[in-house]
Ligand binder design. Sequence first.
Ligand code: AMP
Length: 356
Amino acid sequence: MSEPLAPGSMIGILGGGQLGRMLSVAAARLGYRCHVYEPGAAPAADVAHVVTRAPYEDDSALAAFAGAIDVATYEFENVPAAALDALEARVPLRPGRRALATAQDRLDEKTFLAGLGLTVAPYAPVDDAASLDAALERIGTPAILKTRRLGYDGKGQARIDRADDATAALAAIEGAPAILEGVVPFSAEVSVIVARGLSGEVAAYDPGENVHEGGILRRTTVPARLTTARRTDAVLLAGRIATALDYVGVMGVELFVTPAGLVVNEIAPRVHNSGHWTQNGCAVDQFEQHIRAIAGWPLGDGRRHADVTMENLIGDDVFRVPALAAEPGTALHLYGKAEARPGRKMGHVNRIMPRA
Ligand code: AMP
């Protein structure tokens, strides 16, 4: 194995949201510094060593950023390809392009996952009304029309319950290249946070059970209510995905639990909201694990020492902070965002119960 990144090295993070903020804190704990690159508002700016505020299209800002860092990573998967080209020519990019390209396009992602022999929702590409009709013919209803690119937190999606909804669904996604997915009749949603190190070792956290509201993650609970066989299945398939992508870093794998087995919904090539429970449930959380992986360290101990429920504080939920702060067994993680807009993730709370 090559030498780990030297103490004091500069880690470049594309994206300065809360994930970049928590990655910067973890990097600092391991003796590194972070340089965050973010075009917009940056909760990470409060804790990073340096911040570049510039668009991803600004070649000279990107070149200066690349020249100032020792390794590049990202907390946001929709970084334009040209920006990554500019970076990759100068510094190691971890995770690499393949993972990002796969996760950026829902059609490529489904094709890749199905190619690994994993079960995904029935799907078909949609480019216009004719291909949507053909896809509906094959997949039936209920179905969900999703844009291939730039979707997150349920955005860029339209549900089709009857064939009559097709025109409205196409209008809702504004004719963007899309895929139609059959609705999976799941009993639960779970996710696996998996890490792969520079030398190829893989470690996964215990799967968490997720509840979404309005397309946004509301709550993650560990342990998930899974049989031992399913739990093993979930962890093994996440490891297979990471290895097939030659992945370095932490990745989130979202799964539907069905009577017929696990169905892979999507992968997120970054630390993941459903892994925030690890901050108070494990010796080494997902943020440190990611920094360890990209810095060439051995992966850390991610065994769960507590039962945890993570709840996102969205919009006005943040006003509950004083009451939550007084609750025993809770750990608060706030992102320093000034304005509590509806749907905005302001922080999260981990409720901890020691394992029996
Ligand atoms: P996504 O952005 O694809 O993760 O979708 C957000 C949420 O919508 C998921 O977490 C599910 O709750 C729901 N969802 C997405 N795709 C499907 C599907 N094919 N079948 C059932 N539910 C889905």
